[in-house]
Design a protein around this ligand. Structure first.
Ligand code: X6L
Ligand code: MG
Ligand code: MG
Length: 157
């Protein structure tokens, strides 16, 4: 079964755009990459602004295989899990995997807070408007600013 899957990526430590570029380049089966958004941090301790984007994959892999891939990419970016919801070099979340539903302790698909966060809904709407219900972007919370495409975002932005 080949799925239309979406992953959400974020970074707010170090070379943010570099971490995102490396992760997107390392992913297989990427069919779309959203613009990059600079976004106010949501939840957790006070921390720096994030860069966020969403990628679409056309993949035969299921939710659990994709979760493994997310963890691999986070490890490759040197992510250290210390403070809950704290700053991170790279966060990769499984948002949607076709019409699959998973409700396990370590993995929920669709992502349980997808529609609450403008830093996910805005880039998702750019590459998959058919999946975003009318009003969903306005209903989501948080401050986001589209700053360009991954290839032209300034490495020190
Ligand atoms: C009450 C309690 C209200 C917790 C909100 C929201 C916690 C979001 C965590 C919350 C709450 C999160 C990113 C981020 C994080 C990101 C931006 C999270 C996990 N990741 N902010 N905050 N981008 N802008 O990728 O999303 S931590
Ligand atoms: Mg996240
Ligand atoms: Mg995560």
């Amino acid at each position: 079964m080949v799925h239309r899957a979406f992953l959400g990526l974020g970074s707010n430590v170090g070379d943010r755009a570099g971490h995102l570029r490396r992760a997107v380049a390392d992913l297989d089966d990427v069919v779309a990459v959203s613009p990059v958004y600079e976004t106010d941090p949501v939840g957790g301790p006070p921390q720096d602004l994030y860069l966020n984007l969403v990628v679409e994959l056309r993949t035969g892999r299921g939710p659990r295989q994709l979760l493994q891939e997310c963890r691999r990419l986070e490890e490759a970016a040197g992510r250290r899990r210390t403070v809950r919801y704290g700053p991170r070099t790279l966060d990769v979340d499984v948002l949607l995997v076709g019409t699959e539903h998973v409700d396990d302790p370590d993995l929920t698909v669709p992502h349980p807070r997808l529609w609450e966060r403008r830093f996910v809904v805005a880039p998702l709407a750019d590459i998959a408007p058919d999946l975003v219900p009318a009003g969903a972007l306005a209903a989501a919370g948080g401050v986001v600013r589209r700053i360009g495409t991954l290839s032209d975002v300034d490495p020190i932005a």
